[in-house]
Design a protein around this ligand. Structure first.
Ligand code: ZN
Length: 572
């Protein structure tokens, strides 16, 4: 599961908050020589811990636990995408796929698909230069008036154009939002404030909240760049304060590399150029600024477009560092001559966040629940498919890299699919099931957006539980894991979690508070392996039913995401 707010498309392009800075920054620095856990190995409590770790279990539970023992061990050092330990973990999964009898679906007849990750960051302070009346008095100063943004699409950025302020700078007609109505921004730089209008559903708000939605709207309207204006709206989701942006503006971000070594982005022609403080924006907009700022600070933003009387020239440099990694792919071919080419994908992410800041003397972020247990579930689901009669449709098992860096491995896969993307009928994603309690219900994020809904309901009934509505809509979970990359290609997708009935609520809250993206997400947690087997069972049943159904899933009529990202099974 990626960090709240670090929704990949927010992250990959955003020069906003240093969303993953604490972890990714520390992960880049050389790790301390001796992991603290090794030092603690002689402590008397370790005998009890080891006894629990090695206590016998029924074979199906032991098999699942064994994967997590390996993948979440300290020796894997948190499986940071791009690390040698991640590569070892990938070999482990390839070996398990082989043992399960899966057909290799990676490069050159193997299980691995090379993913050319690239880490990029701004080099230097850049320049923001104003040409117009009183240009000398209105010279923009790095750090107080502006901070530049890294541009994943180019080593050198040089944009010179008039600048137009558009309020939120959003275009989402389905929700009555169109800041571009009646404005011609062709060849211009767009300036916007962060945040979103109040009252939007959380998944929509999360989709629109960051820079990428602004850049997409700007690109669709022919703009040549964009700048954010900070501190006018209440700082928060999608509207980081200027000081926050300044702290993280030069942190490293990750995407996948194009053949020329620059990074992939959805909007290469419209770079986010940087962020302005109100003082910086005042220099650009001159006499108009006072009224603009007053209107922008109101509770409900009703912005009048304003074009500054001059030209803004932005120059900056972005540096790139190759960070090669891989996805792991295997398949059970479909048996039906008519629909056997169609493919159900099961995905889970193999990476975690690596080695980082010490917490209670521990620097290794093991990622047992996030998401070694999802990978273990994927492998065990593959074995179940292999043991049963061949499914009608093919089933693809996909372990992806760099989820934690912004769903990058899954983005690479959907853009370089080893089966035609139009043949992928659904993605069932397995990420961070919290299996520390006996679950009494399940939650299917995104399930009610497509015809997958009834399939999922039947499947979970098969393991004796019901479906509950999303208990934490404010977290916008549906847009925060790898299935969302499939959604962006128009593929109906779902992502299942054990629910929060009974002991669930307290257990989920405890994990999110204490161990989510912390070193204690390891095998010292009270993981119930019988619940792991139930989780595998539920996902197996869902994938099985999709694979054998007469029709492939389709988006529900009018669904927002189904319309936004049209695919072969697009919403009408
Ligand atoms: Zn995570």
């Amino acid at each position: 599961m990626s960090v709240r707010l670090a929704v990949p498309f927010l992250l990959a392009l955003a020069a906003t908050a240093p969303l993953t800075a604490p972890l990714s920054a520390t992960a880049q620095t050389p790790p301390p020589a001796a992991p603290a856990k090794a030092v603690a190995a002689a402590a008397p409590t370790d005998a009890a811990r080891m006894a629990r770790l090695t206590a016998p279990l029924p074979a199906d539970q032991a098999a699942m636990k064994a994967h997590v023992m390996f993948l979440a061990s300290d020796a894997m050092r948190g499986r940071d995408a791009g690390s040698g330990e991640y590569d070892i973990a990938a070999q482990y999964v390839a070996a398990q796929f082989y043992a399960a009898g899966l057909r290799p679906m990676g490069d050159a007849g193997g299980y691995l698909q090379k993913v050319p990750l690239t880490a990029y960051k701004i080099a230097g302070e850049g320049t923001f230069r104003w040409t117009g009346a009183n240009a000398a008095a209105r010279a923009l100063v790095f750090g107080s008036d502006y901070v530049p943004a890294a541009n994943p699409a180019a080593k050198a950025t040089n944009v010179s154009a008039p600048i137009v302020y558009l309020g939120y700078g959003l275009s989402a007609p389905a929700y009555g939002i169109d800041d571009y109505a009646g404005v011609d921004v062709r060849g211009k730089i767009v300036a916007y404030v962060g945040g979103v209008p109040a009252g939007l559903p959380s998944e929509i708000a999360a989709t629109l909240g960051g820079a990428p939605a602004r850049l997409a709207a700007a690109a669709a309207h022919g703009a040549v760049g964009a700048v954010a204006i900070a501190d006018l709206r209440r700082a928060g989701r999608g509207a980081p304060g200027f000081d926050t942006v300044k702290k993280g503006y030069d942190s490293e971000r990750v995407t996948w590399a194009l053949p020329d070594g620059t990074g992939s982005t959805a909007t290469p022609a419209v770079p986010l150029l940087g962020t302005l403080s109100p003082a910086g924006a005042a220099k650009l907009f001159g006499r108009d600024w006072a009224a603009m700022a007053r209107a922008a600070r109101r509770k409900v933003l009703r912005a009048r477009p304003v074009t500054a009387a001059g030209t803004l020239t932005v120059e900056s440099a972005t540096s790139f560092r190759a960070l090669p990694s891989s996805n792991v792919l295997g398949m059970i071919p479909g048996s039906d001559p008519a629909v056997g080419r169609e493919t159900v994908a099961l995905s889970a992410h193999l990476d975690h966040v690596g080695v980082g800041k010490a917490v209670d003397g521990d620097t290794i972020y093991n990622g047992a629940l996030d998401d070694a247990i999802g990978i273990a579930s994927l492998i065990e689901a593959a074995k179940r498919f292999k043991q049963a009669a061949a499914p009608k449709r093919s089933v693809l098992f996909l372990a992806v890299t760099a989820e934690e860096k912004g769903l990058v491995g899954s983005d690479y896969f959907v853009n370089h699919p080893t089966v035609p993307i139009a043949d992928i009928v659904a993605d069932v994603n397995l990420d961070m099931p919290i299996l520390t309690y006996r679950f009494e219900d399940m939650v299917a994020f995104g399930g009610d957006r497509s015809t997958l809904g009834p399939i999922i309901a039947r499947a979970v009934a098969g393991i004796g539980v019901g479906l509950s509505p999303d208990p934490m809509p404010e977290e916008a979970i549906f847009v925060r894991s790898d299935h969302f990359r499939f959604v962006q290609k128009g593929v109906p997708s779902v992502f299942l979690w054990p629910g929060q009935k009974g002991p669930g609520k307290a257990a989920v809250a405890a994990f999110m508070d204490r161990c989510y993206h912390k070193p204690c997400d390891d095998l010292s947690q009270p993981i119930l392996w019988d619940q792991g087997v139930r989780f595998v069972d539920a996902n197996y049943r869902i994938a099985r039913e999709i694979a054998d159904a007469p029709d492939r899933p389709r988006w529900n009529k009018g669904d927002y995401f189904g319309l936004l990202f049209k695919g072969p099974m697009a919403a009408q």
